[in-house]
Design a protein around this ligand. Structure first.
Ligand code: ADP
Length: 425
């Protein structure tokens, strides 16, 4: 140390933060006792200031970390201190409880009053006036418009001596989970019911046949056998639809394309529908021998769904008309019925998986609500679409629009197939 210089340690508790160094310059004098005391007092003050600054920076860093964490939390979260003063409320909390005010200056009691006021104004749906929303007890709460189901959880934070420092309350939105669970149970119930109906009928017939076999009687009439076959066919369709619906979501449908004669495809679907339902389907075919590059089986499946629905959702004495019109390189296949029809809200959902419009006919008839969903997926896989125009009590028209047609079939087919086509025109 140079002559006339002095230093004092910067102490905070047992820790030494550094040292205060003082130099008297070119004309050093002896340090007096008062000067040394002053230097030490100054060093103590400097040490406290440095420590305070360090703590303040640390608090700011911790606060930003906490805010960043709270920003990432999707649950609504509220933190209040032991006196009920609000310390933090994240954005999901403000949105959920519709509080835009500066709530950090409020107490939990003020906040509760505010939320109840909002509920009273109809902003939050019904909230039980007695309910202490920000209590720590786990509970399930309904709030908001439309109502959300929230799972509330609370936790106290204690200091070293075990005294409560703060309380943290979170609200986890379980509305979607509950809805998905409800839909899952409904689908399971409907699938079990749909599968059980044909199975019960087949089992009944088999028991009769067994009894007859034991008595050496004639086993079955052809009418009985065709009834059993019908039920087996129905079961087969249900299982296939379920498998398709399970495999197709999200994935692009795999198509096995080939040249398809549109008139024949429409006629075959109409014939199958008449055979299986006993109702005649009228055909207005203007496709003039055009071919299309489609997945024959899948388009037939889609068209059959539209035709069988037209029969299923209309009275026996009414007409079902399937028409087929070319529109540039697309074909419009329309299936029109004079049945029960659909209202606008129902029409919006009928192409969703497992949707069945709620009416007395639907309740009386079998179905999983998959036919139209699969029909839409098939149309989209062909870069086409399916639409509905409907009026309750008047009837419905379903229109399948599919591209990929070739008006001049003889140009795209090998000679052998062209000859076959000409011979069947
Ligand atoms: P499903 O007929 O097996 O219930 P779909 O997916 O084929 O399933 O049809 C979904 C719903 O759309 C049906 O439950 C029915 O309510 C309604 N729907 C379909 N086609 C018609 C139609 N032609 N007329 C009236 N409602 C229909």
């Amino acid at each position: 140390m140079t002559p006339g210089a002095a230093s004092a340690p910067l102490l905070v508790g047992d820790a030494c933060l550094g040292c205060l160094y003082c130099d008297q310059g070119r004309r050093p004098k002896q340090w007096s006792d008062e000067a040394i005391e002053l230097l030490e007092a100054f060093a103590d003050l400097a040490a406290v200031s440095i420590e305070n600054h360090r703590l303040y920076t640390q608090v700011l860093t911790e606060k930003s970390k906490l805010e960043a964490t709270m920003g990432a939390v999707t649950d609504a979260l509220l933190i209040y201190d032991a006196d009920g003063h609000i310390l933090l409320a994240n954005e999901p909390f403000r949105q959920l409880f519709d509080v835009r005010e500066w709530i950090q200056d409020l107490t939990v009691q003020d906040l509760l009053t505010l939320v109840h006021e909002h509920a009273h104004l109809g902003l939050l749906g019904g909230i039980d006036a007695e309910e202490d929303l920000f209590d720590l007890k786990p509970a399930e709460i309904e709030i908001g418009l439309p109502p959300h189901s929230l799972q509330r959880r609370g936790q106290a934070v204690f200091d070293k001596s075990g005294k409560p420092l703060a309380y943290v309350v979170t609200f986890h939105d379980v509305t979607e989970e509950q809805q998905a669970e409800r839909v899952r149970s409904e689908i399971l119930a409907s699938v079990s019911h749909e599968l059980r109906t044909p199975l019960t009928s087949i089992k009944g017939f088999m028991q009769i046949f067994e009894r007859r076999f034991k008595r050496n009687e004639a086993l079955a009439s052809s009418q009985e056998l065709s009834l059993v076959l019908q039920q087996v066919e129905h079961l087969n369709t249900l299982v296939n639809d379920l498998l398709d619906a399970a495999h197709w979501p999200g994935s692009k449908l795999y198509l096995q394309r080939s040249w398809v004669h549109i008139s024949r495809l429409v006629a075959e679907s109409a014939t199958r529908c008449s055979r299986e339902t006993g109702r005649i389907t009228n055909i207005d075919d203007q496709s003039r021998g055009a071919l299309a590059f489609w997945d024959r089986e899948k388009v037939q499946q889609a068209l059959y769904s539209l035709l069988s629905n037209a029969v299923k959702y209309s009275e026996d004495h009414t007409t079902v008309l399937v028409s087929c019109v070319l529109d540039e390189d697309r074909v419009r296949i329309s299936v029109r019925d004079q049945g029960i029809g659909l209202n606008a809200e129902q029409a919006e959902h009928i192409f969703d998986a497992f949707y069945r419009a709620d009416n007395s006919t639907t309740r009386r008839t079998n179905g999983l609500g998959l036919g139209l969903y699969l029909c839409r997926r098939i149309a989209e896989a062909h870069d086409g679409s399916v639409h509905v125009h409907s009026q309750p009590g008047v009837g419905s028209e379903f229109i399948l629009i599919l591209p990929g047609i070739q008006r001049d079939p003889l140009n795209v087919l090998p000679p052998a197939m062209s000859e076959e086509l000409l011979s069947t025109e």
